[in-house]
Design a protein around this ligand. Sequence first.
Ligand code: GLY
Length: 385
Amino acid sequence: MNLIDQDRIWLEETLKKFIGKMEWVSEKSRDKIPATTVNGVHDDRSAGADTWTADNGLSWWTNGFWGGILWQLYHETGRERYSEIAGISEKKLDQCFTDYYGLHHDVGFMWLPTAVADYKLTGNEESKKRALHAAGLLAGRFNPAGKFIRAWNDGADKDTRGWAIIDSLLNIPLLYWASEETKDPRYRQIAMLHADMAMNIFIRPDGSSNHIVEFDPENGDVVKTYGGQGYENGSSWTRGQSWALYGFVISYRHTRKKDYLDTAKRVANYFAVNIPEDGLIPVDFRQPKEPCWMDDTAAAIAACGFIELSKEVEEWDREIYFNAAMKLLKALTDNHCDFTENSDGMLTHCSGAYHMAEHHVNLVYADYFLLEALLKLKGNDYFMW
Ligand code: GLY
């Protein structure tokens, strides 16, 4: 879709501010792997040997997004300093393979925006090996009885052998890539079995998605669902809706299986009618009116999904999805974007989960998906997934 003049100016100005800020943030945080900010300063999930295997340490699921921002900037500007800084975090993540126990289904989130991007943009053979290794680990989490990829590892008091979560739809593109790269269909077959399962079991008749489904890991029967990071069981965690929307478009893009496109449309229609008047997205579409917790990550991810969906649908459906993306992005940049030097982060109203103590914080993946969406509008994103 072509932007009208006014929107083109908004896009140019916003990208200029984003990239201008990343000029100094990338230098300041060059040796870190940030997930959030503390008093406006990026934290570092790679700091300290004691955090290597911890869930919030080097194996933390968002540790690929810093690299992702840098590779998008490298692709946009051609400046080597961005690829050089991206390479620092990619090499640090190697320790996760050795430690092994910290790893989970989020290896896609970790190595698609780092190693796969590096390999595709520079031809780095070491990166290709890293990414194939990660793909093997992800494929190894597949449970043939329930036809799902196991999400998390057991906690002290939690048996998660049968848990699958909607977020995995953004991890399985690592499997599509591995099949495209090796010509071995096994990875893609696993990805499609998982996507089929998600389509049939996670997506509700109204187009909304569950966050967590528990299967019996021995016979594959559905045991129960959980509200997960949303308000409660049966509610509608917005980031989960975004993973579903963007995830099914991505699966369609890799496979051209029409069911995935139809499912993406159903989820997108549900999301679109629930966008509030002001375009700012709550943590859960079914949360109480107060407190008014918001989540910019959901908005930024959904915007990417809406834009990609608008490219795949028939002419007459394009505008509705494209306009939904514009509404979300303008609401974010008008209200929730900090382009100043007061903080290393950009989007200010992110929430990890509804019931977490902290809300309205910076989260690195919100900034990543905002940049990806803006570059999509410009027609110059690197397709990460
Ligand atoms: N993939 C975990 C989350 O979205 O919080």
